[in-house]
Write a protein that binds this ligand. Structure first.
Ligand code: GLA
Length: 378
């Protein structure tokens, strides 16, 4: 990827720039908890977006997406927003940096990536974090704090891409550390690194390769449900709610909102249980919680789909320790914690059965926990 970007950059712009990269992410547990002030437990992975960038001395940004074979040029004022969705991620990052009183001037860039799109691995956060990190280095002497870089990516989603996401993806992409997961408290923004060394187990993603594009922003709708329930309960976020409070208010909450909140309240505790279990090396508990999360996401939060439920069923049948849908939902991957000795059979069975039912095999990605945003060595 590095060589490809370098040669494309050189032939397009006739010079060389500096290379930066930022990663996609997995999340062991803690789904749809970030915008509820809860905990998440992500890690960056060995799939990234990489960009070569050179300051061009003008007030315009010239971008070439190698994967899309598409070119776009834009200015840096609010009214210069490009029409192309992919370019809005970069434009948004520039604008969010400028809005915070920092500097971005014109630059040329070529970028490419190997984070699968639509798989729930946060390719968009990787793109935002790559540019936020790079523009901090190139124009601002790294004066923007790391956490602010994540917030810049999140605001880009909110203000330029129409997704009211939480902070997990951008946080993981910026803060990721090789061989470590991170527990982030999304209310206090305190975080802790946990070495992840699951001896005797493998962590593997099965990508269903389906993405159900739903018309009515179901992600934003889930968030609205949670905020409605929080208001009814008189708390700032569902982080401050428990099941007793929810039960006591059930006649003032719609059935649908009740189910959404029930999932979030359960998930909040599961992240803490998983962190404790990991420290004891108790992978059975980790796995049990993952299955519980899947059930909650499927039945109460309703962000799963038949293909992901099927992959989860296959995991159970194969004796996989833990399995669940990962990320925002409506397609994408399951994340699976599998004993070494069951791994080959699980993968073969999942491929065969899924193919028989849906006409294609799921794609297998072994999880390698890696570093987040960084400048690439030459
Ligand atoms: C998407 C969002 C995140 C988070 C997850 C669900 O990835 O970008 O902020 O809410 O969904 O956990």
């Amino acid at each position: 990827m590095k060589e490809r970007i370098k040669s494309l950059f050189n032939s397009r712009f006739g010079t060389n720039g500096v290379l930066y990269a930022s990663a996609g992410r997995i999340n062991l547990i803690g789904e749809h908890t970030d915008y509820n002030g809860g905990f998440v437990f992500p890690g960056a992975i060995d799939k990234c977006i990489m960009a070569e960038i050179n300051i061009n001395g003008t007030d315009r940004v010239r971008v070439y997406s190698a994967d899309l074979d598409a070119y776009c040029e834009f200015g840096l004022k609010e009214e210069d927003a490009p029409a192309e969705q992919w370019a809005r991620y970069i434009f948004g990052v520039c604008r969010e940096i400028i809005k915070r009183g920092f500097v971005v001037n014109g630059f040329d860039t070529v970028f490419a990536g190997n984070v699968p799109l639509g798989a729930g691995l946060s390719s968009s956060a990787a793109l935002e974090s790559c540019f936020a990190f790079a523009l901090n280095d190139l124009f601002n002497d790294n004066k923007i704090e790391k956490f602010e870089l994540a917030l810049i990516g999140q605001s880009t989603e909110h203000n330029y891409c129409g997704v009211n996401c939480g902070i997990m993806d951008q946080f993981a992409s910026v803060f990721g550390k090789k061989d470590h997961l991170m527990r982030l408290d999304c209310r206090s923004l305190e975080y802790e690194y946990y070495p992840f060394d699951a001896k005797g187990y493998k962590l593997v993603l099965l990508d269903s390769k389906v993405k159900h594009e739903l018309v009515d922003s179901p992600y934003n709708k889930r968030r609205e449900s949670c905020e409605r329930v929080a208001r009814t309960l008189g708390v700032e976020t569902l982080r401050d709610a428990d099941m007793a409070m929810l039960d006591a208010a059930c006649d003032r909450i719609s059935d649908e909102d009740f189910m959404r909140a029930r999932y979030v309240i359960g998930e909040k505790q599961r992240v803490l249980d998983v962190c404790d279990a990991l420290q004891r090396g108790d992978f059975e508990t980790v796995g049990r919680c993952m299955y519980e999360t899947h059930n909650g996401l499927s039945h109460d939060y309703e962000v799963s789909c038949v293909e992901l439920d099927y992959l989860n069923d296959i995991a159970r049948e194969c004796g996989v320790t833990g399995s669940r849908i990962m990320g925002g939902g409506f397609g994408g991957c399951t994340i699976n914690l599998v004993k070494d000795e069951l791994y080959d059979n699980f993968i073969a069975t999942a491929k065969k059965k899924f193919n028989e039912k849906y006409g294609h095999e799921p794609v297998v990605y072994p999880v390698v926990i890696s570093d987040g945003a960084h400048k690439c060595e030459e």
